[in-house]
Design a protein around this ligand. Structure first.
Ligand code: UDP
Length: 477
């Protein structure tokens, strides 16, 4: 049998780098030589895992391509989380500059397969030049992929006029309603030509690719895994939850950026609390609320009288003034609330038995990490496919409560959510009979998630099937 050599090429954003690193590690643990393509300033985020994997006898490596000098972006800017949201379209557009260097790598190493991020539609054609198959990675759920594709194809919102007017997502197994304002502006009016073009190219490249690799597990969304394959006719493999490949405390604590709190301090704080008594609040790597919204969150959290860990990341400039913080807030919450400014060891926190709820922006990684930990959610979507994930969490899986965010806004979290809405949603998720039932449903899903990645489980088997198929393809090529 010829050894498989797979290249993984994540867009430079933590929400994609983190699951693709987990994926590369998983492939390596099955005897595949996994190489990650990234830029100089992002390479350190992969280095430790690659080293550890090599120390354990598996084969992983990093291939570096230059970015910031070519991109036209500020020097040293190589990750989406470094930019104000208005510059994100420019960032994604600038990644096209990587094509020549990526093609040089593909020509030199001739990997058996390229796993390419959906943000690099050109990569499918680059790989095809060297007869290398491409697997596309979206980083989203089957549900969101199906629903967003049906909405994109049928535009069921086209006769609606007001932001809060609702429409049904057509042709999907459940009745799901969305409101006009939760559709990205570039889909509604084609205002942002760059993002609209990227989306179209990405969809077209996906159809030319070998298939799609999905960070999900069959039992979580069986109707949509089937719909994606049988109705939308996509070839797809589900191999998640990828975060479950991190078993040790160290692996769980060190994902993405360096955490702003030590694992020891974090665990010490949590170890003192009762089971299911702490709320975790975090909005991912990109979404940064304006001070005004942080202020409302602070007052709402305090009024809910729940214990909490709140990860605060600032919109540009706000970190200087901290005007959002209500007077005396930190003193009043002492012992009850922990604020982490910057980056939290999220999986370590979610997996702790003290965590009883999660206020999330519904990024798919965060959603799946909460599901894998059996934690119910307060949903607060902001952009990307997060409004679809909210519907999966609240209406299909029945493990969440919506805070009431309705407006798709890139990066800054549309917000305008009032303190009362925060307080009500938090209390609903944390206390009472319904909260218990919701939590029980979440715990059932947690067990299903863990079974899926064990030997004989659906994700474990699908990864085996994919590797076997790539092997056959490679040997016969
Ligand atoms: N994350 C983390 N600490 C933080 C914020 C985020 O570890 O303080 C991780 C989180 O566990 C998840 C990823 O960053 O794996 C965020 O991905 P997601 O899809 O949830 O949201 P995005 O950042 O892409 O909006």
């Amino acid at each position: 049998m010829v050894e498989l050599h797979v290249f993984f090429f994540p867009v430079m954003a933590h929400g994609h780098m983190i699951p693709i690193l987990d994926m590369a590690k998983l492939f390596a643990s099955r005897g595949v030589h996994s190489a990650i393509i990234t830029t100089p300033l992002n390479a350190p985020a992969f280095a430790k895992t690659v080293q550890k994997s090599n120390d354990s006898g598996f084969q992983m490596s990093i291939k570096v391509v230059e970015f910031s000098k070519l991109s036209g972006l500020p020097e040293g800017c190589e990750n989406a989380d470094q930019l104000p949201s208005a510059m994100l379209p420019k960032f994604f557009n600038a990644t096209r500059m990587l094509q020549i260097q990526v093609e040089q790598l593909l020509e030199e190493y001739r990997p058996s397969c390229l796993v390419a991020d959906m943000f690099f539609p050109w990569a499918t054609d680059s790989a095809a030049k060297f007869d290398i198959p491409t697997l596309v990675f979206h980083g989203s759920s089957f549900f969101a992929s199906c629903a967003s594709e049906q909405v994109r194809l049928h535009k069921p919102f086209k006769n609606l006029k007001h932001d809060l007017d609702e429409f049904f997502v057509p042709n999907i197994p459940h009745e799901v309603k969305l409101c006009l304002s939760s559709i990205p502006p570039f889909e509604r009016e084609e205002t942002d030509k760059e993002l609209a073009k990227l989306q179209t190219e990405s969809k077209e490249a996906e159809l030319r690719s070998y298939g799609v690799i999905v960070n999900s597990f069959y039992e979580l969304e069986p109707d949509y895994a089937d719909h994606y394959k049988n109705v939308l006719n996509r070839r797809a493999w589900h191999i998640g939850p990828l975060s479950l490949s991190n078993r040790s405390t160290e692996e769980k604590a060190q994902r993405g950026k360096k955490a702003s709190i030590s694992e020891a301090k974090c665990l010490e704080w949590l170890n003192f609390r009762c089971s299911n008594s702490v709320l975790y609040v975090c909005f991912g790597s990109i979404c940064k609320f304006p001070g005004k919204q942080l202020h409302e969150i602070a007052i709402g959290l305090e009024a809910s009288q729940q214990q909490f860990i709140w990860v605060v990341t600032y919109a540009n400039g706000d970190e200087e003034i901290e005007e959002w913080m209500p007077k005396g807030f930190e003193e009043r919450i002492e012992g009850k609330g922990l604020i982490i400014r910057g980056w939290a060891p999220q999986v370590l926190i979610l997996d702790h038995k003290a965590i009883g709820g999660f206020v999330t922006h519904c990024g798919w990684n965060s959603t799946l990490e909460a599901i894998s930990a059996g934690v119910p959610m307060v949903t607060w979507p902001s952009f990307a496919e997060q409004f679809y994930n909210e519907k999966l969490i609240t209406e299909i899986l029945g493990i969440g409560v919506a805070v009431g965010a309705k407006e798709w806004v890139l990066g800054t979290g549309g917000g305008n959510i009032k303190r009362e809405a925060v307080e009500t949603a938090v209390k609903t998720i944390m206390v009472g009979e319904e909260a218990k039932e919701r939590r029980n449903r979440a715990k059932v899903l947690k067990e299903m998630a863990r079974k899926a990645v064990e030997e004989g489980g659906s994700s474990h088997s699908d990864l085996n099937a994919l590797i076997q198929e790539l092997d056959l393809f490679h040997s016969s090529g």
